[in-house]
Design a protein around this ligand. Sequence first.
Ligand SMILES: NC(=O)c1ccc[n+]([C@@H]2O[C@H](COP(=O)([O-])OP(=O)(O)OC[C@H]3O[C@@H](n4cnc5c(N)ncnc54)[C@H](OP(=O)(O)O)[C@@H]3O)[C@@H](O)[C@H]2O)c1
Length: 230
Amino acid sequence: MSKTSGQTVLITGVSRGLGRAMLDRFAEAGCTIWGCSRSETAIRDLQRTFAAPHQFAAVDVTDAATVAAWGAELLASGTAPDLLLNNAAIINFNAPLWEVPPDAFSDVIDVNLKGVFHVLRTFVPAMIARRRGIIVNFSSGWGRSTAPEVAPYCATKWGIEGLMSALACELPRGLAAVALNPGIIDTDMLRSCFGTDASQYDDAEAWSRRAVPFLLNLTARNNGQSLDVP
Ligand SMILES: NC(=O)c1ccc[n+]([C@@H]2O[C@H](COP(=O)([O-])OP(=O)(O)OC[C@H]3O[C@@H](n4cnc5c(N)ncnc54)[C@H](OP(=O)(O)O)[C@@H]3O)[C@@H](O)[C@H]2O)c1
């Protein structure tokens, strides 16, 4: 049995992009995956492809009550995530800030910040009770720098860095919270802001072969760090 066998890895946004590619790599490493995303069709496909003990649910992270119910069901098993990946996020359509419709601005805040909070408030108490676990909140290069036409997204990713840093001060020994800039990867999200130029970058599959070993090596000593996938 490998060192990682038996680890439980929670991935939000598991249906596409980085989340979907990480799922393959963590499953290959012998981990058990708890995954969610909104698409019921994608979740049914994952349930067919990855049998129990993997668990997938159609959960919108913006809905606090649904996230809580999902957590209650998973945590009833008596275990908790060893690695919690707050990966789900959206980006606004490219536009100067003053042209972003208020609803579109709210959607980005709701998924990228409030969704992360809903997942943390649901699962972190059980991780604290076990006195171990690593929390990875997906940030971005645009959580540490800025660019035109993606101001709402930048605001949320800078917010993730602050949220992680404050959370890290609160966690007891044995746990860690980090913010992770994954790099630039050809996914639906990158195509939204880069168009066809996205194809110049690694795809999610290639990226996951670098990212997942890096994630599996994080320890409580990384608490409070802003990290980049090598
Ligand atoms: N790709 C890059 O170059 C890049 C760069 C920097 C940072 N990042 C960060 O890396 C993470 C993954 O990005 P990606 O490129 O893989 O994005 P993506 O291809 O757009 O995939 C986003 C995933 O999040 C899910 N999702 C979106 N809204 C959700 C919600 N309300 N509830 C639950 N799941 C939801 C989507 O599934 P459904 O539609 O089925 O819900 C999908 O599985 C994000 O945090 C992103 O900000 C990416």
